[in-house]
Write a protein that binds this ligand. Sequence first.
Ligand SMILES: C[S@@+](CC[C@H](N)C(=O)[O-])C[C@H]1O[C@@H](n2cnc3c(N)ncnc32)[C@H](O)[C@@H]1O
Length: 247
Amino acid sequence: VRTVLVIGAGMGEADHLTGAARRAMGRVDTFLTLDKGAPGDLGAVRRALCDAVLGSGTARFADAPDPPRDRTAPAYAAAVDDWTAARAAAYRDLLVAEVPEGGTAGLLAWGDPAFYDSTLRILDGVDLDLHVEVVPGISSIQILAAAHRLSLTRVGRPVLVTTGRRLAEGGMPAGVDDVVVMLDGQAAYRCIDPDGLSIHWGAHLGGAHQVLVAGDLRDVAGEVTRARAAARAARGWVMDTYLLRRG
Ligand SMILES: C[S@@+](CC[C@H](N)C(=O)[O-])C[C@H]1O[C@@H](n2cnc3c(N)ncnc32)[C@H](O)[C@@H]1O
């Protein structure tokens, strides 16, 4: 049996790592990464975190290229399933080659592995006997709430976490007044009726380049779009998360 520690790494700042995450990092023999080789790739951030926590250059890494994802496929879910299976096979090969039986591999998951992170789903598909442990991390959702000094759940009320794609397709969901939107590549907040909605938006949350905008959606949608474009231009990539609130 091989042990795999899935460690929530926060937003790439050593300050975001919990004590449990730091201890788990110390148990890892080899950190595994699938490298996209794209702007904003997180491989360098993961290495910097290991340097900060474990000492410069002491962590062992094993990388493989991330299998390409078919973004042209009409069936989104099927294309993601294919990609997940290819990534599971890549992790299997890395584990067999780089982590002996009885050894411990580490996967640093961005934010918290509970939110829109494929690591656990991929590991489910790895055809090896694995003991998987999860160490929670600080999600962009929590950083967004803290940065805007917000509680996401109003008294006795629910909050929904969804994607920009779903928001653009279906509009503001019925029956929920607080919606956290992630994975929004298309500025979906511009596709919905802004009437009665506020937005609390953040990009590059938790780091030195953090940008925040808040206000009535009707008034600040343009400002969000400009801030998003500027944030992307400054670093070559941008990740943003926002709360839409009715009332
Ligand atoms: C693949 S999901 C990973 C989420 C991650 N597991 C978490 O807990 O935040 C990527 C999405 O998370 C959000 N995100 C991640 N890092 C962010 C950051 N530094 N600032 C703002 N949003 C971020 C964005 O909505 C982005 O599209």
